[in-house]
Design a protein around this ligand. Structure first.
Ligand code: BGC
Length: 906
């Protein structure tokens, strides 16, 4: 009995051990897992309005050479039960290697409903992942009729100048246990909302900038933790913003009256719902502390007018007047925001406090940036401090604001007195490195003043570094140009009275931007406006959102944003949807060019040309690098036609593809006839002319080598300097490296004297300048009317640096980095380089160093992708991998994992 008993005990223990081991074993074997689950490029988004939102995930594996072979997705409205019958959708096990952009295919999605989802996958190594963590997306208000709220405003007023910010409030009572609460909110003008005295969300400049009457974004906030049981209040203040503030010298582009639309949905645990909607029961006042707010001009704030507790239930709003309901405003154009909102990103402390030769009190933050200052003051009620912002000091070291044109960029803060006061602006941002403090200067606590960097909350995806410190500073400047000009809309500059969505700048910089940061949502949002603002003729406006008079658009290289960004977006994110969404707009743009052509020659209309190309002073022997504007137009016409061929092919529109192939042939023929001499000279003997003709394949194969040679001769004739403007610059080094002149590309990149990328770096730039010589070699400034020190366009060289120095290149045919190339091309005495890029599949890394004529290359390839290794021309002998295996010279494919490759170089 005893024996038997102990035997069974042993047996039991053995079973436990066995089970334990099996569990451990399973755990140990769980080398496959999923991370970064996103829905429409966002993590757990609120306010999705697509009927078939797309889901993506990244794969983590301990093993190399991993591909997904199948996936299964399940979606439910009840996170506690992922059981079959409660599911909104189950994909079943789908044999597929697709791990990005998988469209939901289940039951119809309901307004305001949250959907939880999980995915699991199988790989080529026989592993299955566990179900992923539970993620969710929540639908927005899908139909206009879902909005019960009314549009409200202070009064019908038509301010000539910026006026005080209207404030709105509503108090109410909750009754029961609150399960959750959501605030759906938007405005004409900018809003800041508070519930029970606490700010709703952490975004600024909401609802963002769109072509307001065509599409107006609303935001959704989870305010469950702000609403309490019992007495509650909501308060919202509005600023002029882009809607009716200053824009290029005018006001009220979209309307005169600031208006608010807010719908708070409170759900109780018993299933009941309470709606708090903006209507005439809300109270409004103009007597708050924000006396003036304007994107360009800054803010005037009188803290004596602060109304304590105005957004709490305790406040008595008897003096406030009832809000006016405006029934004429529509709900039809409301869309949920697709882009990341503008948020605080960094806090920067002063590096120097300066008294200028003029006696000005100036603080240097050491970095040209975009955002605002945060400061503390202590003094008497009625004391004022005035803060002005500048990007640069002049030659003498004085504060310089002439290049801001009419933008005041000034904050005036009047103290309420007593305890220390703290302030930052609400509805205005500034572009600055320096601030000047006037008024009661001594009251500011200099130890606690800081610059706050604000921009759209795009995740950083790229890093790039080399052994050359100047190139690293150039990369730094490119990154900062992007930060400063990605404040909800891609702008030309962030400081003077302009700050507009210039289409040419955006198309030139897109690919660089997409290396540095995740710009998917940002551009999905903006491209909607590119499409919405497109004129009936098919022309794309110069700026989007469009706010000029009449129909100003259709300029070559600017309007081509319609084709260039969607195609480049598709390359980076592998997302066909962008091509589907923009296709009609692309077609209409190319049709516009065709309508303005004669026999394939686009010979009409007004064009910016190769904006800001090299023009020397006192140009007696004609050194200015002028390129015929119609030659440029023809090149972009060809490029856009080629992109239509590409897009039609991806979308299986074979008739269109054929049509555009024929068109392209005609365009090229017309180009040759009009702009090329029989011996291969272009009518404009400029770098930009050769660059565009070569980059867009306008010349027959047998003329290309000669044209490349002429390009190089031209560069030599300027002592190895570039002379290109906005349109030639992005492609200049690409063309040189493609046609065998890598050394010349490096010479241009490393050139330190004007005009060059490194000249501003040597002059102390911390961002990319609008002009090659914003500050001239003698320290004086370029023309004050067009001299921004934060303009990203020339930063487009970043694309070449990632693609060629580090060698990370997407594949045209299999886009989105599902397949890509690692093709580093060392040069210019750079001895090492490293770039990381977070693709939609995960991290890609390429890092190399050359020591004693040996090149060591470290590569990381994410799971479910493969990379073709392309060796540099300087390679000699055999290449070996980390295991000592010899690699083939061509077609060496690397699959997921980390790889080390070594070979000798010349
Ligand atoms: C902007 C540019 C823009 C250009 C049009 C300028 O005022 O700042 O960046 O592209 O106008 O040529």
């Amino acid at each position: 009995m005893y024996v038997l008993n102990s035997y069974s005990k042993i047996q039991k223990s053995l079973w436990i051990v066995l089970i334990f081991c099996t569990v451990l074993n399973v755990k140990a074997k769980e080398s496959l897992s999923l991370y970064d689950l996103t829905c429409e490029y966002q993590v757990n988004p609120l306010g999705i309005d697509q009927s078939h939102p797309r889901l993506s995930w990244k794969i983590r594996s301990d093993e190399m050479d991993v591909f997904q072979t199948a996936y299964e997705i399940r979606v439910t409205t009840d996170p506690k039960s992922f059981v079959h019958k409660g599911l909104s959708w189950t994909s079943g096990k789908v044999s597929s290697d697709q791990s990005v952009h998988i469209a939901y295919q289940g039951n119809e999605l309901k307004s305001g409903q949250r959907y939880y989802w999980q995915v699991r996958i199988w790989d080529n190594k026989g592993h299955a992942s566990s179900w992923s963590t539970v993620n969710f997306w929540e639908m927005g208000l899908l139909a206009p009729s879902d909005w019960k709220a009314k549009w409200i405003q202070y009064t019908k007023d038509t301010p000539k100048a910026s006026g005080p910010s209207p404030m709105f409030r509503k108090a109410w009572n909750t009754n029961g246990k609150i399960k959750q609460a959501r605030l759906y909110i938007t405005s004409y003008g900018l809003y800041e909302a508070y519930i029970n005295g606490k700010r709703v969300g952490d975004a600024y400049f909401t609802p963002g900038w769109t072509s307001f009457h065509k599409q107006l974004q609303y935001q959704v906030y989870d305010v469950s933790s702000l609403v309490k049981s019992g007495d509650n209040a909501i308060g919202v203040s509005l600023g002029d913003g882009w809607f009716r503030g200053n824009l290029m010298g005018g006001r009220n582009f979209w309307g005169k009256d600031l208006s608010l639309l807010a719908q708070l949905v409170i759900e109780y645990t018993n299933g009941e719902q309470q709606l708090i909607i903006s209507d005439d029961s809300w109270k409004t006042s103009l007597n708050g502390p924000i006396l003036l707010s304007d994107i360009y001009d800054g803010e005037r704030y009188d803290a004596r007018k602060e109304i304590a507790n105005w957004s709490t239930a305790e406040y008595n709003a008897q003096q406030w007047q009832p809000a006016l309901v405006n029934d004429t405003l529509s709900y039809e154009h409301l869309i949920s925001s697709a882009a990341p909102l503008v948020k605080t990103q960094e806090h920067i402390k002063p590096v120097k406090i300066i008294t200028t030769p003029k006696g000005e009190k100036v603080i240097d933050f050491g970095q040209n940036l975009v955002g605002w200052v945060n400061f503390h003051v202590k003094g008497q009620a009625g004391d004022s401090v005035v803060i002005s912002h500048a990007e640069v000091l002049d030659k003498e070291g004085n504060f310089y604001i002439e290049n801001l044109r009419r933008a005041k960029q000034q904050l005036t803060y009047t103290l309420k007195g007593g305890a220390e006061e703290h302030y930052h602006p609400h509805f205005s941002f500034q572009g600055f490195r320096y601030i000047k403090i006037d008024g009661a200067k001594e009251l500011i606590d200099l130890a606690n003043i800081e610059a706050v960097v604000l921009h759209s909350d795009m995740q950083q995806t790229g890093t790039f570094e080399t052994s050359n410190a100047l190139i690293n500073q150039l990369q730094h400047n490119i990154q900062w140009g992007q930060k400063g000009n990605f404040v909800d809309v891609p702008t030309d500059c962030p400081q003077r009275d302009e700050r507009l969505g210039w289409t040419g700048d955006a198309q030139a910089f897109f690919t660089t931007a997409a290396y540095n940061r995740d710009v998917a949502g940002f551009f999905i949002k903006w491209l909607k406006d590119v499409k919405a603002d497109q004129f009936k003729s098919g022309a794309i406006p110069h700026v989007v959102p469009y706010m000029f008079n009449g129909e100003q658009g259709g300029s070559a290289g600017w309007a081509d944003v319609a084709t260039i960004i969607p195609w480049n977006f598709y390359q980076v994110y592998g997302d066909e949807q962008i091509l589907k969404d923009q296709y009609t707009s692309m077609v209409n743009w190319v049709q516009f060019m065709t309508d303005n052509s004669t026999d394939g020659l686009w010979n009409k209309g007004w064009h910016f040309g190769d904006w800001l190309f090299y023009v020397p002073n006192d140009d007696r022997d004609g050194r200015a690098a002028i390129t015929d504007k119609y030659l440029i137009a023809q090149c972009f016409y060809a490029h856009s036609a080629q992109l239509m061929i590409n897009a039609a092919s991806v979308l299986h529109k074979s008739d269109d593809k054929q049509r555009y192939e024929q068109l392209l042939e005609k365009i090229k023929k017309a180009f040759l006839h009009e702009f090329v001499t029989p011996s291969g000279r272009l009518v404009s003997s400029s770098q930009t002319a050769y660059v565009l003709a070569l980059n867009f394949d306008l010349l027959p194969e047998n003329m290309r080598a000669e044209a490349a040679k002429r390009l190089v001769e031209n560069i030599r004739s300027y002592d190895n300097h570039l002379t290109t403007g906005f349109l030639g610059t992005p492609y200049l080094c690409h063309v040189l490296s493609r046609f065998g002149y890598l050394d010349v590309a490096y010479q241009l990149l490393l050139q330190e004297t004007y005009p060059s990328w490194l000249y501003p770096v040597k002059m102390g730039a911390t961002t990319i300048w609008e002009r090659w010589d914003g500050i001239k070699p003698d320290g004086t400034f370029q023309n004050k009317d067009m001299n921004s020190f934060n303009h990203y366009a020339y930063g487009a060289i970043g694309d070449w640096m990632y693609k060629n120095i580090a060698g990370i290149q997407p594949d045209e045919i299999i886009p989105g980095y599902k397949q890509f190339r690692i093709a580093p091309k060392p040069g210019g005495e750079i001895t090492s380089a490293k770039a990381d890029f977070e693709s939609v599949y995960g991290k890609i890394s390429s890092s190399w160093r050359i020591e004693n004529n040996t090149m060591h290359l470290e590569i990381e390839v994410p799971p479910n992708t493969k990379a073709k290794l392309v060796f540099p021309d300087i390679k000699t002998g055999e290449a070996k991998d980390e295991k000592g295996k010899t690699l083939a010279d061509q077609d060496e494919w690397l699959t997921s994992g980390k790889h080390s490759v070594t070979f000798n170089v010349k």
